[in-house]
Design a protein around this ligand. Structure first.
Ligand code: SAM
Length: 411
């Protein structure tokens, strides 16, 4: 029955035609996840050594490495790759609801000789997560078809304190504003059709995770949030802290998009303005017309307004990639793409959302300046500017809308 053997990273997967899901386009997603999980594992093991030096004894997890759940595993490819390519894996539960998928996982686990680490499991992902609320996982990977919402409640409960949650969402049409009502139903936030829809999608998903975590007194800290191809992928740390949960509220806000000039205005939800990093307006903007062109607004959100990435964490991954010493990252097939995206991420301003230069100029039908000249104009006016990894022609800036439009009009 076996039709092909597929090789990805260090895994060899026996592919049976039409039986179990395999998507080659997601190799970048899996490679990136290996880079992030490796860094996380490294940090956890150095933290364990510090703790154990202090306490002179290790608990079970410190002795044996990380316990990971891949809740929706399909062929087992991702789990097998984690087992073979990420240092410090103790146990990986490769779960799938489909019996055929789990049969494939079992064959692939044996074929790759990782029976000592990867444990195939056949159940509904939500059941596995609820059953592991006490014996928790260090990392939970959710890679569903479409929307991950129904798995988040279980995931935030079965992750250890300071554990890692890795989430993919592929329902980009919903998240990017094609169906704002569906987005509200699935993610508890209204999406907007906007040129910065890919970052908006990331911020909607992060808001949704924060809201699930908050119900259990847990807060979320994004390590890396990536928009790529037809999906988004976020890597967040989950930790218990009532104070951090409250602070997370100040990182939530609404997005107003003018129906005329498409200017974006943000409004924080938190009631304490001093908590908010961007000093956003707290007066309701909904009844105000756009200060640039006097049109009304569409309202989107709530979205996560806090940082999308932990730059320090990203820097450590880049340092490992650039290091002259050989390590597990060097063999990743999409290494150059990871490196490219992470370098852009490092430079990304933390100010939420962005404009697209050719869209700004087409709105008022003027010439399109060179990107470099436009960026220089913003810098000369005393503002910061960067690209977003999510859009090649993006302009991310801390300049007020009025300044941006003054520069566009002057061209
Ligand atoms: N993570 C895999 C990879 O990287 O190759 C791909 C996973 S595929 C997109 C989604 C899988 O989720 C399918 O194999 C499907 O059978 C499984 N699935 C769907 N609903 C599920 C549920 N409630 N519990 C467990 N598995 C589920």
């Amino acid at each position: 029955i076996v039709a092909d053997v597929l090789e990805e990273g260090q895994a060899k997967i026996l592919l049976e035609k039409k039986n179990v899901f395999y998507n080659p386009v997601q190799e970048f997603n899996r490679d990136l996840s290996i880079a992030v999980l490796s860094q996380y594992s490294k940090e956890r093991s150095s933290q364990s050594s510090i703790d154990s030096a202090k306490e002179k004894q290790k608990d079970d997890s410190q002795k044996t490495g990380l316990r990971v759940l891949e809740a929706l595993s399909a062929t087992g490819l991702r789990s097998i790759r984690y087992a073979k390519e990420v240092p410090g894996m103790a146990e990986i539960v490769a779960n799938d609801i489909s019996i055929k998928a789990v049969e494939a996982i079992k064959r692939n686990v044996i074929h790759n000789g990782v029976e000592n680490i990867v444990r195939p499991h056949n159940d509904d992902a939500t059941m596995v997560m609820y059953q592991n609320r006490r014996t928790k996982f260090d990392a939970v990977d959710l890679d569903p078809y479409g929307c991950p919402s129904i798995f988040l409640d279980g995931a935030v409960q079965c992750i250890k304190d300071n554990g890692l949650l890795l989430v993919t969402a592929t329902d980009m049409a919903v998240l990017a504003g094609n169906s704002p009502e569906t987005c509200y139903v699935k993610y508890g936030a209204v999406s907007l059709k906007s040129k910065s829809c890919h970052e908006m999608a990331l911020r909607i998903l992060l808001q949704h995770i924060a809201s699930h975590a908050g119900r259990y007194g847990k807060a979320m800290t994004p390590l890396l949030s990536i928009s790529a191809d037809f999906y988004i992928r976020v890597f967040v740390k989950i930790h218990t802290s009532q104070a951090a949960c409250k602070k997370n509220t100040s990182n939530l806000g609404l997005v107003y998009q003018c129906v005329g000039c498409e200017s974006l205005t943000l409004q924080a939800l938190g009631t304490n303005p001093s908590n908010n990093v961007y000093k956003l307006p707290h007066a309701p903007a909904v009844d105000k017309l756009c200060s640039i062109c006097n049109h009304r607004h569409h309202m989107g959100g709530p979205v996560w307004l806090g940082p999308l990435h932990d730059k320090n964490f990203v820097k450590k991954i880049l340092t490992d990639i650039d290091s002259p010493e050989d390590n597990n990252l060097k063999a990743l097939k999409t290494l150059r793409r990871i490196q490219g995206i992470l370098h852009v991420v490092q430079e990304e301003l933390e100010n939420p959302l962005y404009y697209q230069l050719d869209r700004l100029t087409s709105i008022i039908k003027c010439n399109v300046p060179q990107m470099a000249s436009f960026r220089s104009a913003l810098l000369n006016a005393g503002y910061k500017v960067s690209y977003s990894h999510a859009n090649k022609s993006s302009v991310k800036t801390d300049a007020p809308n009025q300044v941006i439009w003054d520069i566009v009009r002057a061209w």
